[in-house]
Design a protein around this ligand. Structure first.
Ligand SMILES: [Fe+2]
Ligand SMILES: [Fe+2]
Length: 288
């Protein structure tokens, strides 16, 4: 990438954003909404891990130390922006039991903090960060298709495009820290399995709950059409993400060698220029 990595503090007004931001694919939108709802807790755990780990790096790791600082700032910005989105979802009152799901996730991270040490947190962080650039590739490809769909809500779409492009940008940080501190192949594999299954174990039940409420209230038409839509979105994600996760199991895997997702640099350039999600949304079609 030709753009200098930086922490972009993004302003946003979500009052015009929509929960059903992909009207043709409500199941997919709710899956990503559920991920958004869990992200501030998840990213909080990663920030705590990297903030501790950077102090334990061997001497002469100044560049990696700076990467850790950038990582923590970027993740903090992601969390803050997702919290605003999540507040908008919560304020609709459509999903009264949503906090039950986040309370369980919060308890998980509290348990991790209490019972496991930094090594666990760093392997988890590395595992999650392995999925990050894959989600970025998936999302930027899908997002560019969605941009042709006139009904899609560009504010929410831009939230994900900016966030996941930064995930691609800082993809090597957790990997390099784990290499410097632990250098463990099997631990890395364990971290990928733990982090991805933990995230799916949170996001799928919550998105199912949200969809159930939508169907009950008549906001989403279920039935056979809904079943086909969900099957298509979930299998599309699975067949895109699954093989790429498996590829990361290779002992020669290094995130720095990953191919930059199409549109990533353009999204980050506009993010740096505007620092505003609403303006990014207005300019989203420039990046297709
Ligand atoms: Fe993030
Ligand atoms: Fe990240």
């Amino acid at each position: 990438m030709n753009i200098k990595p930086e922490a972009r503090k993004i302003d946003v007004d979500f009052s015009d954003a929509r929960i059903d931001w992909i009207p043709n694919d409500p199941e997919l939108a709710q899956f990503w909404n559920a991920v958004s709802i869990g992200l501030p807790l998840l990213e909080g755990y990663l920030i705590r891990a990297l903030a501790k780990a950077k102090k334990m790096l061997p001497e002469g790791s100044d560049a990696l130390y700076a990467d850790c600082e950038l990582f923590c700032q970027q993740e903090a910005n992601h969390s803050k922006t997702h919290m605003k989105y999540n507040d908008m979802v919560r304020a609709t009152g459509f999903y009264p039991e949503m906090d039950k799901y986040t309370d369980r996730l919060k308890a998980d991270y509290e348990r991790f903090d209490k019972n496991y040490g930094l090594r666990h947190a760093m392997l988890y962080a590395e595992g999650f960060e392995t999925a990050g650039p894959i989600f970025a590739s998936y999302f930027l490809v899908q997002a560019n298709k969605r941009l042709k769909d006139q009904d899609v809500d560009l504010i929410t779409l831009s939230l994900w495009r900016w966030h996941l492009s930064e995930e691609f940008e800082h993809r090597s940080c957790a990997f390099n820290v784990v290499e410097a501190l632990y250098g463990t192949y099997w631990g890395r594999l364990g971290g990928i399995i733990k982090a991805t299954s933990h995230l799916i174990g949170f996001a799928v039940p919550l998105s199912e709950y949200m969809l159930k409420e939508d169907i009950k209230a008549g906001r989403v038409n279920a039935g056979f059409k809904g079943f086909v839509r969900k099957f298509k979105s979930y299998s599309g994600m699975f067949f895109f993400i699954g093989p790429r996760i498996l590829r990361a199991f290779s002992p020669w895997y290094n995130p720095k060698n990953l191919k930059e997702p199409k549109g990533c640099e353009a999204v980050l350039t506009i993010a740096s220029e505007t620092l505003n999600l609403n303006t990014m949304a207005a300019r989203a079609r420039e990046t297709v």
